[in-house]
Ligand binder design. Structure first.
Ligand code: AGP
Length: 604
């Protein structure tokens, strides 16, 4: 995600842009920039680093401009640096564009433009946009932007200015948020409402396929054909701090609901179901040994799912270690082996130490990270980014499901290299993988059942999560989510292991959440559930919608859409995330900032 702000009116624009970006900095903060009309051209000032670095760079200079655009970046393509910061311009410097999203076909477009003589300065996908506008501009910026969008595939909230039309801003939305703030003799544009909430509460929420023509005297919204769209004014009632969360009460709930988009963005440009293709940009890597996975916390739980998927699909032996344990067991890792480290922040000290140990032992290394140019991304031989956008809540949710998505792609990629996957099995998996975003969305449309169940669990002292195979890995994640934000003591257990001791703790009314999404393990799971029911436990089943067996056995059932069993973890975890969230809210806990914890643990 990135932060976008635009303004046209009578106020000095640069201070207004910087203040607006400051309210959006949670959306991305690795570089920032502004563009304003000046002396018949467009002046662009942009810097790597935080917004404060840009302010320092501008050093209080006065700018006469009363229209302009600004951007704070969450890098997707192209490392954070001055040149890759937005806004981007065309060859002539007559057009400035900033963008939030991913232009999936930017490479062929860049080649086409370079053949026409356009000269590129950055590594970003975004830079194709100003050059396309330059190519199509015949005196009307809106027409040039519409022609540009006819060539572009991907997700965007894009904002453009032309030096020949200084008070005019043109924007377009597809999949990335864009809102208009309506003023008197002035108008605003942003990726989120807080950017202009000090000036107006009257807004248009721009929808996919719509374009905005912003001028001081008014705002026109059109569709891709250029036909006017009548927009309803939306009056914002949120407080400013709440607006940063798009009206959600906590970042964690917002990020849970962002998961369908996060999965879709992580698949974008990598999975082509029609062609049955996976392209990860890892063509140069050919592990011919074993695979090791190392990470912490939620990322480690994702790694356990990754272990299962790689062994099942690529038939390669995989060892998964908690990063803080990895190097102390003297792992028998050697050249030709592959070490995969997983880290949302890319800065976790234990994980970084595991990566360095893997490199010292001569293994190839691959980082799965959510932050472009993070420490693990920089130090690994290869990187497979998750595109979840900034994850603010301490409890990791959308990062986890995008790690599962990336690891599934990796397992399929390795299986292809090994020739280990029969064609029909591969096709079915790819089809179901592409359907994950909408199946995740189905789980988020009506969360009433989970909210009700959460109220009944809020007073629990102890709680168990059990499962077998992949469900055991998801049980671990569900247990961590619950305990880290609600402070209830929760434990994850291999369902078949309970009877070897821990069953002694299961007494009347103790809640046991049983994950049962794996058909081949269903019979065994039913008997494990009966075991705990025989001790008067309160049982909650998490099952696929077509499973009516378990519902006869448990006290409560949480259903997930039917999917390929190997993809079930990304769906089964969602009710567990929601359960943890609503239990924590019911217990009055500080959901986004739980006690004793930090979002990124940069000490060993
Ligand atoms: C997860 O909810 C926790 N906040 C924590 O376990 C986290 O997953 C762990 O610290 C790893 O962080 P990373 O992914 O940034 O390396």
């Amino acid at each position: 995600m990135c932060g976008i702000v635009g303004y046209t009116g009578e106020r000095p624009v640069v201070p207004l842009l910087l203040d607006g970006l400051a309210r959006l900095e949670y959306r991305g903060y690795d570089s920032a920039g502004v563009a304003v009309p000046e002396n018949g051209g467009i002046l662009v000032e942009k810097k790597k680093g935080r917004l404060a670095d840009l302010r320092e760079h501008l050093n209080g200079r006065e700018f006469p401009a009363t229209a302009g655009i600004g951007h704070t970046r969450w890098a997707t393509h192209g490392r954070p640096c001055d040149v890759n910061a937005h806004p981007h311009t065309d060859c002539s410097g007559r057009f400035a564009v900033l963008h939030n999203g991913i232009i999936e076909n930017f490479l062929p477009l860049r080649e086409w433009l370079e053949e026409k003589g356009h000269v590129f300065k950055s590594e970003t996908d975004t830079e194709v946009l100003p050059h396309l506008i330059e190519e199509f501009y015949r005196g009307d910026l809106m027409a040039a932007v519409r022609a540009t969008l006819d060539k572009v595939r991907g997700s965007y909230a894009l904002v453009a200015m032309a030096s020949s039309e200084p008070g005019r801003i043109v924007a377009a939305r597809q999949d990335s948020p864009l809102v208009v703030g309506l003023g008197r003799g002035e108008n605003f544009l942003a990726s989120d409402i807080p950017a202009f909430l000090d000036f107006t509460r009257e807004t248009y929420i721009i929808d996919d396929g719509e374009l905005v023509d912003l001028r001081p005297e008014g705002v026109r919204v059109v569709d891709r054909r250029g036909l006017t769209v009548e927009k309803k004014v939306f009056h914002v009632k949120w407080r400013a701090d709440q607006a940063r969360m798009d009206g959600y009460p906590h970042f964690m709930l917002k990020e849970i609901h962002e998961q369908p988009r996060a999965i879709k963005d992580t698949l974008a440009g990598r999975l082509d179901v029609e062609k049955g293709l996976i392209s990860l940009g890892l063509e140069s890597f050919r592990p011919d040994g074993r695979v090791f996975i190392s990470a912490c916390g939620t990322a480690y739980h994702a790694g356990l799912v990754g272990k299962y998927l790689i062994e099942r699909l690529a038939r390669i032996p995989v060892e998964a270690d908690i990063a803080s344990e990895f190097r102390y067991r003297r792992p028998l890792l050697q050249g030709g082996d592959l070490l995969v480290v997983i880290s949302q922040s890319g800065e976790t000290a234990d994980t970084l130490a595991a990566l360095r140990e893997g490199r010292r032992l001569g293994a190839q290394t691959l980082a799965v990270s959510n932050v472009v140019d993070s420490s693990v991304a920089r130090e690994a031989d290869h990187v497979l980014y998750t595109w979840a956008g900034p994850e603010i809540a301490v409890a990791s949710t959308k990062a986890y499901v995008t790690q599962l998505t990336a690891l599934t792609l990796l397992a399929l990629h390795l299986a292809t290299l090994q020739g280990a996957l029969p064609e029909n099995g591969r096709e079915e998996l790819l089809k179901e993988l592409a359907l994950l975003p909408q199946k995740a969305q189905a789980l988020l449309t009506d969360t009433g059942a989970v909210e009700e169940l959460a109220l009944s669990l809020a007073a629990a002292e102890d709680l168990f999560f059990i499962g077998r195979g992949l469900d055991y890995a998801v049980a671990m994640e569900g247990s961590l989510k619950l305990k880290e934000i609600s402070y209830i003591h929760a434990e994850a257990y291999a369902a078949g292991e309970l009877k070897h001791g821990t069953l002694a703790l299961v007494t009347e009314g103790v809640p046991v959440i049983a994950l049962a999404t794996q058909p081949e393990l269903m019979e065994k799971m039913v008997s494990n559930i009966k075991e705990v029911k025989a001790r008067e436990a309160t049982t909650i089943g998490v099952v696929m919608e077509d499973n009516r067996e378990i519902t006869k056995v448990v006290d409560h059932t949480l259903y997930i859409p039917v999917t390929h069993p190997l993809l079930a973890p990304a769906l089964a975890v969602i009710p567990l995330q929601l359960l943890a969230y609503y239990v924590a809210v019911a217990r009055g806990c500080d959901v986004d900032k739980p006690r004793n914890l930090a979002k990124s643990v940069t000490v060993e």
